[in-house]
Design a protein around this ligand. Sequence first.
Ligand SMILES: *Cc1c(COP(=O)(O)O)cnc(C)c1O
Length: 375
Amino acid sequence: MLLFTPGPTPVPENVRQAMATVSIHHRTPEFEAIFRQTREGLLELLATDEVVMLASTGTGAMEAAVSNLCHHTLLNINAGKFGERFGKIAVAMGLEKVELCYDWSTPASVEEVMAALHEHSDIDAIAVQICESAGGLRHPVEEIAAAVKAFNPDIMVIADGITAIGVERIDVSHIDCIIAGSQKAFMLPPGLAILGLSSAAIGKIGSGRGYYFNLASEIQKQRQNTTAYTAATTLIIGLLEVLESIKRYGGAGKLYCDTARRAKAVRFALEAIGLHSYPKVPAKAMTTIADADATAIRTLLKEEFGVSVAGGQDHLKGKIFRINQMGLIDLNEMVWVLNCIELSLALLGRRPYDATASRIFNEEYFKHKLSPKEQ
Ligand SMILES: *Cc1c(COP(=O)(O)O)cnc(C)c1O
C-alpha cells in the first residue's frame, strides 16, 4: 500500500534502519552526542532561540505551549479540528478562551484577530495553526503574529507548525512558540513532539501549571544535551537520520522549493481532470480536494490501486480527500497517485481516461527544463 496520508507519512528505509539498531541507555555520552547533533539540527531548521524535544504526540506540545505561555485568556483560531483542540486545551487547563471560528476552507483574518484583542484586554496568548490539516488550509500566521506583536509584544504567539515545519520556511521573528510533531513532515513514527521557543517564551516558562509539560526542567536539561525524564531515544536517533537525509537531499531550501513545485503541479493536474481544491488558501503540506465522490474515489484508490489517501472529518466526512505532500516524496510515486485518481474517475464514469493528470503534472513540474528559453 502506498501511504499518501498527510500524517502519518511513510518512514524512509534508511530511517527505519537507523532506528533498528540495539537500544542504548539515555544517560550515556553516546546518546548525549546524538542528542546534541539532533538539537543543533533542529535549532538550525526551526531558527528559534531554543528547542525542546518531548516524548509525546503533537497534542502534548500544544498542551505544553498553552499551559506555559497562557496564564489568563487564550485567543484560539478555530478553522478545523486542530484549531478547536487549542480551545479545548485552554478549557481543560482552567483558562478563559476567546475563540474565532471560521469555515474550514477559510483562513483567519488579521483584522478580526486585532478586533478580538481590542475587545478582550485579558488575552495573553494566541494560538493558531500554520496549516490547519482538517481542510489543508494555510492561515496567514506570519501576518497575524506581526500584528499581534505590534499591538502588544507581551502577548505570546503560539503557532502549531506540525504540518508546516519541514514543508516551507517559516518566519519565526514574531512567533514565541512553534510546534512540530514526528509523524508528519519529519517522516518518523508518532511519539516525538518538538517545540521551538523564543527568549520571551522561555522567560514565561516555569510559572505555569503541570509537571511533565512544565518545560522549565526540560529546557535546563536539554541545554546540557540530556532530558529531564527518559528520552525517546529511538525516535531521536531516527530524527537525526532524517535531518541528515534532508542535508544529503540538498538541504531544507531545496526540500521547500521541490515541495512547493510538486504541490502546485499536483493541484494543476487534478484541476485539469475536473477536480477542485477545497481550501481558499491551500497549504503546501497537502492537496485537499472537495468532491461529492470523495468516498468512492478513496475506496477505488485503496482497493484497485493500493493507494491510501485521507478523507475528511466531522461535516467534511465523505466530502473531501487529502493527499500528502510532506517529506521526501519520490516523484514516480506522486505521478502514480495522480494516474490512479484519473483512472478512478474513469471507473466512476466521470471522464474517459487519457493520461491528462500525469501529463499536466510533468509539464508543470518540469516546465523549466521543457521550455528553457522562456525562463
Ligand atoms: C497531526 C496534527 C496535530 C497533532 O496530532 P497528534 O495526533 O497529537 O500528533 C496537531 N496539529 C496539526 C495541524 C496536525 O496536523
